[in-house]
Design a protein. Structure first.
Length: 199
């Protein structure tokens, strides 16, 4: 176990949501930082799925188990409720078929943790209103022509999506650089983390 909490706020919140010794699948796991943190901090048994080969090599260097695959293609290799948690942090806005990806995550996971950037954060709204152009912020540092993001959603949009698709939100946590945002997260949080469940 680590002697101190994870340095990234989203990773700390995710760690707090996950029970020790759980079986975890991280979709779009990147360089494996979150998986490594969860293994060290919560003693989880984890595996990841990643499409970027360079990121996969970084995971392998950390001793992590990662499959090279596109999460848009589905999770047919995994049985129903195989994992205690499926994580989709900072990936949903980059997939082609978010409804399919969330549906598959809910199928293979008993619970699902989704982390999304809030494209309706107050600073983004101010930039659109006063500058009349697509916002560039610390949380959303890309220009319109080089962004990996295909979907632009708010926390309110994601709540509506879950309700429409029969997905229960067990917890919603808005965050920014300094911590948890408890008041008006759709306006003031730069990102949202959701603990979901679908039977």
């Amino acid at each position: 176990m680590l002697n101190e909490s994870p340095s990234r706020i989203d990773h700390k919140v995710i760690c707090d949501l996950i029970e020790p010794n759980s079986k975890v699948l991280d979709l779009g796991c990147g360089d494996g930082m979150l998986l490594e943190t969860l293994m060290n901090y919560k003693g989880i048994r984890g595996t990841g799925i990643e499409i970027d080969e360079k990121a996969i090599y970084q995971c392998m260097a950390k001793g992590l188990t990662v499959s090279h695959a596109n999460i848009d293609s589905g999770l047919s290799d995994y049985g129903n409720k195989r994992f205690d948690y499926v994580i989709l942090n900072e990936s949903l806005q980059q997939v082609l078929h978010p409804q399919k990806v969330i549906s598959e995550a809910c199928r293979v996971g008993k619970k699902v943790i989704v982390g999304i950037p809030n494209f309706c954060h107050v600073r983004a709204r101010v930039q659109i209103f006063f500058r009349g152009k697509v916002p560039v912020t610390h949380q959303l540092p890309y220009e319109w022509y080089d962004t990996p993001n295909l979907r632009f959603l708010s926390l309110k949009d994601f709540r509506k999506f879950c309700k429409k698709n029969g997905i229960k939100i067990l917890k919603e946590i808005g965050i920014n650089e300094t911590g948890i945002v408890g008041w008006r997260p759709n306006l003031l949080a730069k990102a949202g983390l959701y603990l979901l469940e679908k039977n």
